[in-house]
Design a protein around this ligand. Structure first.
Ligand SMILES: [Zn+2]
Length: 82
C-alpha cells in the first residue's frame, strides 16, 4: 500500500499522471487529470489507472493507493495518537 496525503503538497506532488501533471484527482476506481482533460489532443486520456512517482519512477495502481487527508486524522484512524 502506498499512502498519499492529499493535504501535503510535497507528498502529493511527487505523484504524477502519465503525462507528468500534478493536477490529478482520485476517483473511485481510477485517477483523473484536470490538465489532461483540458487538452485538445484526443489521444490523451484524462482517466488513468496508475500514478507515477517522479522521485522513484515507480507506478502504483489505484487499488494500492491509500489517500489520506492530514497526518493527524491518519494517525487517529490507526490509533497512533490517544
Ligand atoms: Zn495529466
Amino acid at each position: 500500500m502506498v499512502e498519499i496525503d492529499l493535504d501535503e503538497e510535497t507528498d502529493r506532488w511527487q505523484w504524477r499522471c502519465p503525462a507528468g501533471h500534478r493536477s490529478w484527482e482520485p476517483t473511485n476506481f481510477h485517477f483523473w487529470c484536470q490538465q489532461c482533460a483540458r487538452t485538445l489532443d484526443e489521444k490523451v486520456e484524462p482517466e488513468f489507472a496508475e500514478l507515477r512517482n517522479v522521485r522513484t519512477d515507480e507506478t502504483v495502481p489505484r487499488d494500492e493507493v491509500e489517500l489520506v487527508r492530514g497526518s493527524d486524522s491518519y494517525e487517529s484512524l490507526r490509533g497512533g495518537k490517544a
